[in-house]
Design a protein around this ligand. Structure first.
Ligand code: ZN
Length: 145
């Protein structure tokens, strides 16, 4: 699907992933799970995917192992922000940048808070704060901290 759209639009004729320099074909599997950039993003938010499983079972497995009630939302936001980073690279707006992904991820999480029930909202905010502390302990210091 990804490559079909690219070919249709004649934007990115090379089928290789624009998020990394591995030369891997840009498949959904690569873009969201195997790409080193995607793996770095998932690691930052402490998501671990069992890559030996097919995609459906992988998501079920991760959801089962993750006790957060907002797991699905978080995964969707993270994947959406990966997609936007990819589009920004293809359309020449920005280079691939982990700090921008983090900033956009947190910003999108805050935007989505309105959809959460109050008790889940506070748990989500607590998780986001912990995530921010974890980032500050690493080498990332996004401008929103
Ligand atoms: Zn890649």
């Amino acid at each position: 699907m990804v490559n079909q759209r690219q070919k249709f639009c004649s934007i990115h004729e090379d089928n290789s992933c624009v998020m990394c320099n591995t030369g891997a074909d840009e498949t959904i599997e690569h873009l969201f799970f195997i790409c080193p950039f995607a793996r770095q993003c998932w690691t930052l938010i402490n998501f671990n995917w069992n890559l030996s499983l097919n995609m459906e079972d992988r998501i079920k497995d991760a959801k089962h192992r993750n006790s957060q009630h907002f797991f699905t939302w978080t995964a969707l936001i993270a994947a959406w922000e990966l997609w936007k980073i990819r589009d920004d690279k293809i359309f020449g707006r920005h280079d691939v940048c982990i700090n921008r992904w983090v900033t956009n991820f947190k910003s999108q999480c805050h935007l989505q808070l309105i959809k959460f029930k109050a008790d889940l909202r506070s748990a989500f905010c607590f998780w986001l704060d912990a995530f921010s502390v974890r980032l500050s302990e690493l080498w990332l210091r996004p401008p929103y901290l």
